[in-house]
Design a protein around this ligand. Structure first.
Ligand code: C2E
Ligand code: CA
Ligand code: CA
Length: 539
């Protein structure tokens, strides 16, 4: 019979327990539910007191943490794992990566990572056979500390798994800041009642899985007890499973047996970063990811939106090239995305987000932003965004946006509109009628004065016949005028002559100037008609 020891008893027997291997390690396999192969295992600490029997980790681990003893126990576990892997390597037992738990109290000791690394070197274990599990709550002490530990671990080559993901409420934001390699999603936090992942829990899980896939981070679902849960996870694209369904944690000897019996395979990233997306890596051709990938044209960003707050989680290289003007991804992620919008443009963008949430379809908008960068200085750019919601958890929605910098296009349009306006104002000022004839379409656009005095619509199709029909060019000069137009179409640069216009046969000096496109092809002809004031001119 196991008897629960008091805190005092546990603390008193700690060192003895450590040195006599009363504190030891059990192993729980991590499986690929799609293939039935083993992808790894987790090392879990156990304490079996010779008199009182098994003690609960939930009792002694918080106690050891509280008394700053956990690092000794954790290092002991790590050494056991190293010994285990050494034995497998020596005896030719094909093994898998084994993860060990790193308490957030270990992190507070600046040399803990070096201690681990020294131990690994002592046993000469390839670093890919040892994964680190850190919990999301490690970030409680401040992001800088965890980030620096993570950097150190990565520097030595360790794969880092984020444990108990989803237990904290700001999970998505933590992910953005911590570059972990694997995410462990605990079903026990997320699936309300046991085995039932249908409702709220299910929605959150699928949104998280969907997003982590975009981030390119593999997910291991842990605490999976039923086939239903495992199948559900597989159905949303997460086949890596750890839990009682496959195996309870087992002793080292039992685990060796499992290693011998079960085939292994490495963990595959669904995709690397978005910047290195590779269609071949998409596991499901029907998936949203594939769909979006196929529509993929350039810059892309993933961001969350909740109650007016927007947070960018990832941008790809093309995004930076397209619209970020040489700022870095880190700078973009740190900044408040709304900073670059003015009130009007922000409203346009938020409306589009709401629309995308309601429709579930891709929605688009053009918004102006003011970007400041060290390299390019301050500039105003126009961004066309195609936005699609890819997941929703409560009031938090996750979006995928493709962006295009359309500043040049917009500016061209504005210049055109400006020159058109100026042209119209100018012809207002002098006594001139002006129009523009587009050769390819046979369309004529008259100035305001023409519309007012001659009753022309803003656009005349089938020019010049339409104007001839209206009597602006009387019948006796119709053929001559048609010939003018033909000459312009053939490339004559300018034509000038006096023509009697309208039913009143009022003499006008009519001038044409041709505009060509960049290849030299006639594009437009600008026409003007000025009243002949001095009758001498008509001779
Ligand atoms: P954890 O890191 O989340 O470990 C997974 C826990 O879930 C283990 O509990 C495991 O036995 C349990 N588990 C696995 N599959 C299932 C399942 O299908 N259903 C249920 N209900 N539970 C399942 P355990 O061994 O009691 O450990 C509890 C916690 O203690 C661990 O949670 C971890 O936070 C901590 N811990 C365990 N070993 C170590 C260690 O070596 N160092 C440190 N710092 N903490 C450890
Ligand atoms: Ca763990
Ligand atoms: Ca866990």
């Amino acid at each position: 019979m196991d008897k629960r020891m008091s805190s005092e008893e546990l603390l008193n027997s700690f060192w003895e327990a450590l040195h006599s291997n009363h504190i030891f390690v059990v192993y729980q396999p991590k499986m690929n539910h799609s293939t039935g192969r083993m992808i790894g295992a987790e090392a879990l600490m156990r304490w079996k007191d010779p008199e009182n029997g098994m003690q609960y980790p939930s009792d002694f681990i918080p106690l050891l943490e509280h008394h700053d003893l956990i690092r000794f126990a954790d290092l002991h576990v790590f050494e056991e794992v190293c010994r285990f892997q050494r034995k497998c390597l020596d005896e030719g037992i094909s093994t898998v990566p084994i993860s060990f738990n790193m308490s957030r109290y270990d992190i507070y000791h600046s040399d803990y990572v070096e201690q681990i690394e020294a131990m690994r070197c002592k046993y000469d274990i390839p670093v890919n056979l040892l994964h680190v599990e850190i919990t999301e709550s490690s970030a409680i002490g401040g992001m800088e500390l965890v980030s620096s530990v993570l950097e150190k671990l990565h520097g030595f080559g360790y794969i880092v798994e984020m444990d108990d993901f989803g237990s904290g409420y700001s999970s998505l934001n933590v992910l953005k800041d911590l570059a972990v390699d694997v995410i462990k999603l605990d079903m026990r936090f997320l699936s309300g009642n046991k085995g039932n992942v249908g409702d709220r829990g299910g929605t959150i899980i699928s949104a998280i899985v969907q997003m982590t896939k975009w981030l390119g981070t593999p997910v291991v679902a842990e605490g999976v007890e039923t086939m239903q849960q495992a199948d559900y996870m597989k159905s949303i694209g997460c086949s890596y499973i750890q839990g009682y369904l496959y195996s309870k944690p087992v002793t080292a000897e039992e685990f060796v047996e499992k290693l011998r019996q079960i085939d292994h395979e490495p963990v595959e990233k669904v995709l690397d970063l978005i910047s290195t997306m590779d269609a071949g890596k998409f596991w499901n051709p029907e998936s949203l990811e594939t769909l979006i990938f196929n529509h993929y044209v350039g810059g892309a960003a993933i961001f969350t939106y909740q109650d007016g707050r927007m947070e960018i989680l990832r941008v790809n290289q093309k995004y930076i090239k397209e619209i970020a003007m040489h700022t870095t991804e880190a700078e973009i992620l740190q900044s408040d995305p709304w900073e670059v919008f003015d009130e009007e443009n922000r409203q346009v963008y938020e409306n589009t987000l709401r629309l995308a949430m309601e429709s579930g379809e891709e929605e688009s908008c053009d918004t102006w932003r003011i970007i400041c960068s060290r390299i390019c200085g301050k500039d105003k750019i126009c961004v066309r965004s195609f936005i699609r919601m890819i997941g929703k958890a409560g009031s938090q929605a996750i979006f995928y946006a493709m962006v295009q910098n359309v500043t040049a296009e917009k500016k061209r349009y504005e210049i055109l509109r400006d020159s058109e306006l100026r042209f119209r104002y100018a012809s207002e000022q002098i006594n001139v009628y002006a129009w523009e004839y587009e050769i390819a379409t046979k369309r004529m656009r008259p100035c305001f004065r023409c519309m007012r005095d001659l009753g022309l619509p803003p656009l005349l199709e089938n020019y010049p016949d339409s104007a001839i029909e209206m009597g602006i060019f009387p019948p006796e000069i119709a053929d001559e005028y048609r010939d003018w137009i033909r000459r312009l179409e053939a490339g004559e640069d300018s034509i000038e002559g006096v023509l009697p216009l309208t039913v009143g046969r009022v003499p006008f000096i009519v001038r044409y100037t041709l505009e060509r496109d960049e290849t030299g092809k006639p594009l437009k002809a600008y026409g003007s008609a000025a009243l002949v004031i001095d009758p001498e001119e008509t001779k």
